[in-house]
Design a binder for this molecule. Structure first.
Ligand code: SF4
Length: 514
């Protein structure tokens, strides 16, 4: 049986190793290796062109989606639709768009089977059924999927939506990915990816998608032996940086983190893991304070560095107490400040959401003050983001249920677009976005160039400095707008327009001088 797995890539112009399809392939090959032949495609490296990929006549095509890839998904499905009905492969769509907009996909493509959340068990189950019953009679296949309750699927059964039971993947049974694209990713200075856990011990943030994605489960670690063996395999390809996809690498178990550090240091000493590999991990303020509250703080910090945990994404999210409360974060502004200081020697990227539907002018001021007091105004992270309200999150339910402030659902960006409750904040955001849009494509380009495999650290530092300069200009503009709003004048829109024109003129002069 021939299977084609496709990663649509993302329009963000970033070369990310397509770990999801590599993992699916690794797990499929083990379960059914005698009977299947899996071909992997990734738009950024091995793109499916036209209908060429259909020549192999696969029985099953799995498509992994990313934010912004809905148009690409449509294109691929349209090319499959050109095949005659009884010869058409089964189409399974997974990834974020299938998880959070499955109904919308089925309304356009009723033949598709969506995977909600984790795909490993679902795909193994579907393949088993196709191996036994063939793929030609798709209604029959769907009936069996429903009867056997193959987990995490959503599809049309006749004219009705049908959802099978959700199942959380047992990570102790997870097999290593088939790293088909790794060599090419490194050669092309892309982003090498790995995982060591799934989920989050907190799971409560109002905007966060992972609770639904992982079927309400909390933080689940992969065995340390898996993490280390995977790294040893990756290390043979000589990358400089490995990005962990974990939502929360450290989790509630500091001992595990210390042990991973120790084992990596040992393996680096024995030459099994290359000395100069560093790691990017995501974590929370609470976890940083937990691992570093010990009396051995300086040893832990030095071990993190020795192991290579040099790059850290920290979910600070806001410098305003009321906004943090609305986001249902589990840390305070003071704790964020402490975590930022503790990590001052690391390359830290920050999660920060300046605008949400209920942001007030006062909260904008609190955020600007927080960023300035923590010397983050020239940081390369984008601190001025607007909150994306994604389906199935706590915030989404609020807007979906009362429909107040609801504008539209953007399936490509997986975002519910809403109004601001404050008309002044709406005006500030309007002008801010207009100003930021002038430099957004340059900023995105600098950001994608500064990630991934870069030979010289100095080059990365320079790219980040340039990006930091753009971020600072944006923040200065926002600060000027907020200052104007704080005056409470009646014609705030005219004043914001004046500020916009002054800043744009100044920006154009600066650009001309460069
Ligand atoms: S701490 Fe991070 S991963 Fe956990 S619920 Fe909040 S946003 Fe999601």
């Amino acid at each position: 049986m021939k299977i084609t797995l496709i990663d649509t890539g993302s329009p963000r112009n970033e070369l990310n190793e397509p770990l999801a399809i590599e993992l699916l392939c690794g797990n499929l090959n083990f379960q059914h290796q005698e009977n299947i032949d899996v071909a992997l495609f990734y738009d950024e490296i091995r793109k499916v062109k036209g209908s060429e990929f259909l020549k192999e006549q696969p029985s099953l095509i799995g498509i992994s989606t990313k934010n912004g890839s809905f148009d690409r998904l449509q294109e691929i499905i349209e090319s499959i639709r050109k095949i005659e009905n009884n010869a058409r492969p089964i189409i399974i769509v997974g990834g974020v768009i299938a998880t959070f907009a499955s109904k919308e996909i089925l309304e356009i493509f009723p033949e598709v089977i969506c995977v909600i959340g984790e795909g490993e068990d679902a795909l193994v189950g579907v393949v088993k059924i196709i191996l036994k019953h063939g793929h030609q009679n798709q209604e029959n296949v769907k009936n069996i999927l429903a009867k056997q309750d193959i987990p995490n699927l959503f599809f049309m059964l006749g004219n009705t939506f049908f959802e099978t039971n959700r199942k959380t993947c047992d990570l102790n049974q997870l097999l290593k990915p088939n790293r088909y694209f790794l060599g090419e990713i490194i050669k092309s200075n892309g982003i090498v990816r790995a995982e060591s856990s799934r989920g989050c011990p907190w799971n409560m943030c109002s905007f966060c998608t992972i609770k639904y994605k992982y079927n309400n489960s909390y933080w689940r670690p992969l065995p340390i032996s898996y993490v280390i063996e995977d790294l040893i395999d990756i290390s043979k390809h000589s990358p400089r940086m490995v990005y962990y996809t974990d939502e929360e690498f450290i989790g509630p178990n500091p001992e595990r983190f210390y042990e991973i550090c120790h084992q990596i240091i040992d393996k680096k000493a024995s030459g099994l893991i290359r000395q100069n590999i560093n790691f990017f991990i995501s974590t929370s303020v609470k976890s940083v304070l937990t691992i570093l509250k010990d009396t051995n703080m300086s040893t832990i910090l030095s071990n993190m560095k020795k192991a290579g945990f040099t790059d850290i994404f920290l979910g600070v999210e806001s410098g305003s107490p009321s906004q943090l409360k609305r986001y249902t974060k589990n840390h305070t502004v003071e704790e964020s400040t402490k975590a930022i200081r503790l990590l001052s020697d690391f390359n830290v990227d920050y999660g920060f959401i300046m605008f949400d539907p209920d942001t007030t002018v006062n909260e904008l001021r609190e955020n600007i003050t927080f960023l300035t007091e923590n010397s983050l105004q020239t940081h390369d992270a984008r601190m001025t983001k607007r909150l994306r309200i994604v389906p199935k999150t706590k915030l989404w339910w609020r807007f979906f249920e009362d429909q107040k402030g609801y504008v539209k659902f953007d399936i490509n960006e997986l975002e519910l677009v809403t109004n601001f409750s404050s008309s002044t904040v709406a005006s500030i955001h309007y002008y801010f976005k207009k100003f930021e849009d002038n430099t957004l494509s340059i900023a995105n380009m600098l950001q994608s160039k500064s990630r991934g495999e870069i030979e010289v650290d100095e080059k990365r530092t320079n790219l980040r400095k340039k990006l930091g300069k753009l971020r600072e200009e944006n923040l200065l503009f926002l600060d000027a707008c907020v200052r104007e709003a704080e005056k409470g004048s009646a014609n705030v829109n005219d004043k914001l327009e004046d500020i916009y024109n002054t800043f744009v003129q100044q920006y154009q002069i600066e650009m001309a001088q460069q």
